[in-house]
Design a protein around this ligand. Structure first.
Ligand code: SF4
Length: 324
């Protein structure tokens, strides 16, 4: 045990952290996600054990790699980096050192061993298997093989969750849970995924060995339980009927963005509280309407019973009512 603990310390050191700094980061992350401070020692232990026992296999489908970039882009080593970087990434074609047959072998060995968390980034084409091929096999087939021995599947980003932007094209792109059956699938939609949602979900799983409570779209309620519109800093403007109509108007610069296409009234996310870019900002504070990227209606015509969709980006949704 002492040896394992020293190994973990060495791992932390290689990331420029000592145990005290690690606990400080973890405490900040845990509190932001609704854990109590008294949970931190157990959480730290779960992560330490998870590093040894729960490898991560990160597969890719139809994607722009934005979710990988979002997940590993932090300023100082933030909580996201600490948790995700420490977890044993056996396979992620974007960030792993190995390539070609060696990389495929690492993936096959891990799949044989089983007991890993499978992270899927990108949509899965269904119109023709040749659209995305990995290691000589259609990605749909690889996903089914990898999901069979995984403890759970985490679909990161809008594409892996609901088809996302690729679903607007001709490939018949769908999300993971349209392909994988009989395994817990956790959807973490967003374009891209917020690293907080990913490391928070992974931390929750390591701590409790079960998936967090999910909503009707398989999204963790801790991150996707609130309507953006109810927590928006421009909500007062909405109530007063002050809607931005001129991008160049100085007077209107912090007015409600509904008429410019904001999808906040139908979008469930904690963006206003948790923010982005290491807690710096989010779309609406930067003057951009919410595109609804955490919803299944993003980006094109929507799917299933909801054919309305959230396109176009800068047009008001007909179904959104004005106050009064
Ligand atoms: Fe905020 Fe958009 Fe709602 Fe306006 S419509 S209050 S900008 S979320």
């Amino acid at each position: 045990e002492v040896e394992a603990s020293m190994e973990f310390d060495a791992l932390l050191e290689s990331r420029g952290l000592n145990r005290r700094e690690f606990l400080k980061l973890l405490t900040a992350a845990a509190v932001a996600m609704g854990f109590s401070v008294s949970d931190v020692p157990a959480l730290a232990q779960a992560i330490e054990e998870g590093v040894k026992k729960t490898p991560v296999v990160w597969m890719k489908g139809q994607l722009c790699t934005g979710c990988t970039c979002s997940s590993i882009s932090t300023l100082d080593p933030g909580p996201a980096e600490v948790v995700l970087d420490l977890l044993s990434f056996r396979y992620n074609p974007t960030i792993m050192a190995a390539a070609g047959h060696q990389a495929q072998q690492a993936m096959e060995d891990t799949v044989k061993e089983g007991g890993y968390l499978l992270v899927m980034e990108g949509a899965i084409p269904t119109a023709d298997d040749r659209f995305v091929v990995s290691g000589g096999k259609p990605v749909r087939e690889k996903l089914l093989e990898a999901a069979a021995n995984a403890v759970a599947v985490v679909a990161v980003g809008a594409c892996a969750s609901f088809g996302g932007i690729p679903a607007a094209g001709p490939t018949g792109a769908v999300g993971v849970d349209k392909i994988v059956n009989g395994k817990p699938v956790i959807n973490l939609p967003g374009c891209p995924v917020n690293p907080r949602w990913l490391y928070g979900t992974v931390m929750y799983y390591l701590m409790y060995q079960e998936v967090p409570e999910l909503d009707a779209y398989n999204r963790p309620k801790i991150f996707y339980g609130k309507l953006l519109h109810d927590n928006c800093p421009r909500r007062g403007r909405f109530e007063r009927g002050e809607f931005l109509t001129d991008w160049n108007s100085d007077e209107q610069k912090d007015w409600c963005l509904l008429l410019m296409g904001c999808k906040g009234p139908k979008t469930y996310t904690d963006c206003p509280q948790g923010l982005w870019n290491d807690g710096v900002n989010f779309c609406i504070n930067a003057g951009s309407p919410c595109s609804g990227c955490t919803q299944p209606e993003f980006y094109a015509a929507g799917f299933g019973d909801n054919r309305a969709g959230f396109s176009p980006l800068y047009a008001k949704q007909n179904s959104f009512a004005l106050p009064g």
